[in-house]
Design a protein around this ligand. Structure first.
Ligand code: ZN
Length: 254
């Protein structure tokens, strides 16, 4: 079977699942933002992660012990991420709200689902949208953070001089409880979970498809590369995330 036939067959199957489903939830990861020019940090030798080990720099321990070094890594990444725009894969998930998609659960911190216009976004790893003081309730929008840096390159709270931290979940930090509760509830109630651009390997997010399956729901996976749920998925699309989702929309409109 040709690649084109593969895509259209899988897209038609997924369109069928979407038509049947009463409650659909999407679970997205880094792969959906790659077409927006945001490299997946697990891909070696790409962009901003090229010369740095995120496990060494983007940790809560690194933030506490050496905030200047942390920010020397994060500050340009913040600026770069802030300028990125949604791509047609993000937009496809907005359009899928017309076919029962209730919410997007995302591991991404780039806020591109919100920028695209998705109405309900659960950001289980937080977002670059805001940064907060670690010593007082102070909080700032992304475009206000640049003004907080002191001469050492550390974002500092103007009221209490505490360290200001981006509201993203760093390695070594707990995931936000409210977001995970919402995500688990959505996974339980979904009769279809559409996983897009995630290798579904990072727990606890990687446990969400299991919750949907255990509740009698189905899985569809649109992701390049293997996932632990490939055998459990009713539909598995493996190609370019934009092309695959556009093929699904085309099948739905037909
Ligand atoms: Zn403060």
């Amino acid at each position: 079977m040709s690649r084109a036939t593969d895509v259209s067959t899988a897209a038609a199957e997924l369109a069928g699942l979407l038509r049947e489903a009463q409650s659909v939830v999407a679970l997205t990861g880094a792969g959906i933002s790659v077409p927006s020019g945001i490299p997946d940090f697990r891909t070696p030798g790409t962009g901003i992660w090229e010369n740095v080990d995120p496990m060494e720099v983007a940790t809560i321990q690194a933030f506490r012990s050496d905030p200047a070094r942390f920010w020397s890594f994060y500050r340009p990444r913040f600026e770069a991420l802030g300028e990125k725009t949604p791509n047609p894969a993000h937009e496809a998930l907005v359009e899928l709200e017309g076919w029962g998609l209730e919410a997007v659960i995302t591991q991404n911190v780039d806020r591109l689902h919100r920028k695209a216009g998705s109405s309900r976004v659960i950001e289980v790893h937080g977002s670059i949208q805001t940064s907060s003081c670690t010593s007082c309730p102070g909080t700032w929008e992304l475009d206000e953070v640049e003004a907080l840096f002191d001469d050492d390159g550390i974002a500092t709270c103007p009221s209490c001089m505490g360290y200001v931290k981006p509201d993203v979940v760093l390695f070594g930090e707990m995931l936000p409880e409210r977001a995970m509760t919402d995500a688990a509830e959505l996974a339980t109630n979904a009769d279809l979970m559409l996983c897009v651009g995630s290798s579904l390997e990072v727990y606890p997010v990687a446990g969400l498809p299991e919750i949907t399956l255990a509740s009698g729901g189905r899985l569809a996976i649109v992701t390049q590369g293997p996932t632990p749920y490939d055998d459990a998925a009713d539909v598995r699309m493996n190609g370019d995330v934009v092309e695959d989702l556009e093929a699904v929309l085309e099948a739905l409109r037909a």
